[in-house]
Design a protein around this ligand. Structure first.
Ligand code: KG4
Ligand code: ZN
Length: 344
């Protein structure tokens, strides 16, 4: 380890993953521990916030200790601690933030407050050492859907976003009505590959330049309910393929339009839904138009702490440190983001 190397411990607890990672110089993962609570929340068909918080409390010290051990370092080797402080479930975020504050108070290490969504963008820096701003990024997660112009490591301009549900939320709600396990995205992805898009749905791209997912979600739910009332069978793979096409095509089309308008030649995708095989195949085709396409490796698409540590590194370089009044901010937005109509 060179003395000038910057080692950041990342901590992530915004939803149902307790995660810690050590990342060197923003791009090299020395350890990455993700303890998922999915099997617990599956029983309830979605994340139960109180149960999530309790499980984070039980796990966080062990997950952090494991991350340091896997990296072969001690607290004394660290340069700073970066923690997700929003957006997410307030009680869940609070566990990570409190733990990080305690750690920094005890060790004297600087504390870095990371926006979870900015973390997702940084997952690309780990996968692709050559990626540098500026570029356009399509952000698609369980709580977030937007197209962002990444001006620099800490400057983002939100070009358009959803006015209601996030794309991942729509995947999960449609999966639920089809009695698929939580989280539904990967199950719909798998079934869609076995089907054909025979059902017709409106585009999620609105005329005003933004997206709406609640209409698509309701349309799919209506297909299921109508079939049930009439005692008809639904072709589930075909419905999954049709929903996926409708959910992704509008996003991809608008991303290409924004990319063309931007004058930039680089596109990245990020967030849990960036693991979707149809989305990846569609965005991959941008290379035929001469664009450089970046995607996080599949293990970095979902929630993890390596992406938080990577984001923390760029804040470290800016000396962008938090103090001990840091609190969880469950509705934290990306800078420049349009407020969501249905949620505020
Ligand atoms: O980024 P993430 O792990 O958590 C949030 O920050 O929200 O995203 C989780 C979302 C869930 O809605 C999940 O169903 C969705 O990502 N997801 C997928 C796939 N894998 C995960 N959606 C579609 N296709 C997938 N393969
Ligand atoms: Zn996430």
């Amino acid at each position: 380890m060179k003395t000038q190397d910057v080692l950041i411990l990342g901590i992530e607890s915004s939803c149902d993953e307790t995660a810690a990672a050590v990342v060197k110089n923003g791009r090299e993962v020395l350890s990455n521990v993700v303890l998922s609570q999915i099997d617990i929340h599956k029983l309830y068909g979605g994340v139960v916030p109180e149960i999530a918080s309790r499980n984070h409390v039980e796990a966080i010290d062990k997950v952090v200790a494991q991350a340091l051990c896997d990296a072969g370092i001690t607290l004394a080797d660290l340069s700073a601690v970066a923690v997700t402080y929003g957006a997410g479930l307030v009680g869940a975020l609070f566990v990570g933030v409190s733990f990080a504050k305690g750690l920094c108070q005890a060790t004297g290490l600087p504390l870095i407050a990371v926006n979870h969504i900015e973390g997702h963008i940084c997952a690309n820096y780990i996968t692709s050492p050559s990626l540098k701003p500026p570029y356009v990024c399509l952000l698609t997660s369980g709580g977030h859907t937007s197209i962002v112009r990444v001006e620099d490591y800490d400057r983002y301009v939100v070009l358009c976003s959803t006015v209601d549900d996030a794309v991942g939320e729509a995947f999960d709600k449609v999966a639920r009505v089809l009695s698929l396990p939580y989280p539904g995205g990967p199950h719909i992805d798998k079934l869609a590959k076995e089907g054909e898009p025979t059902y017709q749905f409106h585009s999620v791209a609105l005329a005003n330049g933004h997206f709406s997912y609640s209409g698509l979600k309701t349309a799919v739910i209506n297909v299921v309910h109508n079939a049930k009332q009439k005692g008809e069978q639904i072709n589930v793979p075909n419905l999954c393929a049709s929903f996926t096409k409708a959910a992704i095509d509008g996003l991809v089309k608008r991303t290409l339009e924004e990319l063309e308008k931007s004058g930039l030649n680089t596109i990245a995708i990020a967030g849990g839904v960036s693991a979707n095989s149809y989305l990846r195949s569609q965005v991959e085709q941008f290379t035929n138009k001469g664009y450089k396409v970046y995607m996080p490796s599949l293990w970095l698409c979902g929630d993890n702490a390596a992406m938080i540590a990577s984001r923390g590194y760029y804040q470290y370089l800016q000396q962008d440190f938090a103090n001990f009044t840091l609190d969880a901010v469950p509705t934290l937005k990306l800078r420049g983001e349009r407020p969501s109509k249905s949620k505020e």
